[in-house]
Design a protein around this ligand. Sequence first.
Ligand code: UDP
Length: 314
Amino acid sequence: MPRILITGAAGFLGSHLCDRFIKEGFQVIGMDNLLTGSLDNIKHLFPLKEFEYYHHDVSKFVHVPGELDYILHFASPASPIDYLKMPIQTLKVGALGTHNLLGLALAKKARILVASTSEVYGDPLVHPQTEEYWGNVNPVGPRGVYDEAKRFLEAITMAYHNAHQVETRIIRIFNTYGPRMRVNDGRVLPAFFSQAIRGEGLTVFGDGSQTRSFCYVDDLVEGIYRLLMSDYAQPVNIGNPDEISIKEFGEEVLAMVSNPAAKLIYKELPVDDPKVRRPDITKAREILGWEPKISRAEGLKRTFEYFKEVVKTD
Ligand code: UDP
């Protein structure tokens, strides 16, 4: 049975990855410090002998007894609200945490996949974003703590690959959504769904003309699985190229939730908010044979079912 360490296991993506790798017949070690994650996301795994949970902050030395075949490094605050609140932890987990896990991969001769992000492209001047684009990032702006941590994560990962021949994989994740997103994480999708369900104003930042491209979590997890099993060490974009403006997105959520008390309201645009974002997924298609399968209509329907359960209306 192959053994895999998943950091950020109690988070949105980490918990879905634990589920998937258990299904694939792996022994899964989930690690988290619960800074932004929640045990609610993985409590269904606790009775399984295929699952172990370690409470640990990966910014400190990481010790895992026994053999290890794979590492997925998904620990990090990931919503703008979270990393603005926790700037130092965000920098540390992207930098020191990644260093610790690369060291562990070297010691255990494990293959490691690290989670990077479309944020490495900053407010992009090339559209859609290809992996060859170097980005337009403000290092000292509010998003710099996340963007630069992830850029460092990519740099040190390539360094371990080149200097120590560690088997490394780098995924650049574009906006992803689905069940287990935190209701109050501040990102646009949980914000809009919870506001619509409660019959409040949906807070569109700026005039809502900025765009994003939303990928359903199951599609992303499939892309991660394929990338891990591939032999490709350069960064790969994984995301859904179906681009939409935030205003139109708000209108889609309003139509789906259909609460007459809810409507769009407008708030100030945050500093350095990217104006456009859409992945070029040619590499994922050609190298991994991957493309998203779940339409936004279907993905939003499944996600609405989840938010109906977890959003408190009183
Ligand atoms: N946004 C918004 N209202 C909200 C939260 C976010 O209009 O309540 C906008 C935000 O300004 C950005 C887009 O939605 O343009 C996506 O924001 P999110 O925080 O989800 O992630 P980002 O893609 O910026 O990392």
